[in-house]
Design a protein around this ligand. Structure first.
Ligand code: PMV
Length: 339
């Protein structure tokens, strides 16, 4: 291969209904193998678009601004990884990477999931590894995306996706797959923004300190497979209450594990708690039913049935500290375009 081809990829962000937190102990860190499996919903509006094209020297532009330092180094290292994993000969040619995040970056809204998925696909297209995302290519690129960010493995598919932790040291059974397409169930996720700006502790460092110091970490890992199976069963049966219950349980177990980390990982702010309480009291009072989840950031995501989404979103906009509530549907597969 002489020159990269200009290629554009779009990948949608995803939110885990059953969470991943922690890497497998003792296995090659470069493979980035999760200690637990996870199950997610891909989101329709929140997405990353990434263009990889030939250049004189490596460059990274995000939302129109030139980016250097650590974020750019991570992007170029991922291009090197894709080049190496594809067994391409010689040195990787320099590339220009231009990304647009249609979601807040590094704020606990899964920008790393959509970002690394889009980068992986655009790089693979650009390096001539694939022309289209057929089944095997999608599975292969999901495994490569995982090495950049665990949750990115799930953003290759739309709808509802399961990522298994697997147990083999080479990572060959740590695979993601689509359980259901976006039209399986008319659900919505309300993305309740409770802060602006980037989070303070990234997930990679955070989950490693939980593994090393949280006394609840072993229980978190041990109880996760049952949650995963229960969520998959409820999702298949479109059983809303049981899915919501296991989703909340997984979220609060993860946050308990985070809080018991030394030093503690507290990703929430006051408004996060106000939103959680509001969702619960509306539900208990017989109002529109929602179930909460939150990630390594202060925002709350509320799962509800479509028919209740507008009314619940309106009530949550009234909660003190809420900046914005987006109503998001299950989203599509990631895509690749050769330019
Ligand atoms: O993919 P990472 O390394 O950014 O970790 C994501 C971790 C959580 O968002 C907290 C949970 C998950 O499964 O997405």
């Amino acid at each position: 291969m002489s020159q990269p081809r200009p290629c554009r990829a779009t990948a949608h962000s995803n939110i885990a209904l059953v969470k991943y937190w922690g890497k497998r102990d003792g296995d090659d860190p470069a493979l980035n193998l999760p200690a637990v499996g996870s199950l997610s919903m891909t989101l329709d509006v929140l997405r990353s678009e990434t263009l990889v094209s030939p250049a004189q020297a490596d460059g990274f532009e995000l939302d129109g601004a030139q980016i250097g330092g650590k974020p750019a180094a991570k992007v170029f290292a991922h291009l090197d990884r894709v080049w190496r994993l594809a067994d391409l000969n010689g040195a990787r040619p320099p590339c220009s990477v231009r990304s647009t995040n249609h979601l807040p970056t590094a704020a606990g809204l899964a920008s790393s999931a959509s970002g690394f998925a889009a980068l992986t696909i655009a790089a693979a297209g650009s390096f001539g590894i694939c022309d289209q995302l057929d089944g095997p290519a999608r599975a292969q690129l999901s495994a490569w995306a995982r090495m950049g960010s665990g949750s990115a493995a799930r953003s290759l598919w739309g709808g509802f996706v399961r990522l298994d932790a697997g147990s083999r040291g080479d990572g060959s059974d740590c695979l993601a797959r689509q359980l259901h397409g976006a039209d399986h169930w008319d659900l919505k996720l309300l993305v309740v923004h409770t802060a602006r700006g980037a989070k303070q502790v990234g997930s990679t460092g955070g989950m490693e300190s939980s593994r090393l110091t949280s006394p609840y970490y072993p229980a978190w890992v041990e109880t996760s497979p049952a949650d995963l199976d229960a969520a998959q069963t409820s999702l298949a049966a479109r059983a809303f209450e049981p899915l919501g219950a296991v989703m909340e349980h997984s979220c609060f177990k993860m946050h308990a594990c985070m809080l018991a980390t030394q030093p503690p990982l507290m990703y929430w702010n006051g408004a996060t708690l106000e939103v959680i309480r509001a969702v619960w009291s509306i539900r208990e009072a017989g109002g529109p039913r929602g179930f909460v989840t939150s990630d390594a950031g202060p925002h709350v995501k509320v799962l509800c049935e479509s028919a209740h989404a507008a009314a619940l979103a309106q009530q949550l906009r009234e909660v003190a500290g809420v900046h914005e509530v987006q109503i998001v549907a299950p989203g599509p597969d990631a895509s690749l375009e050769l330019l």
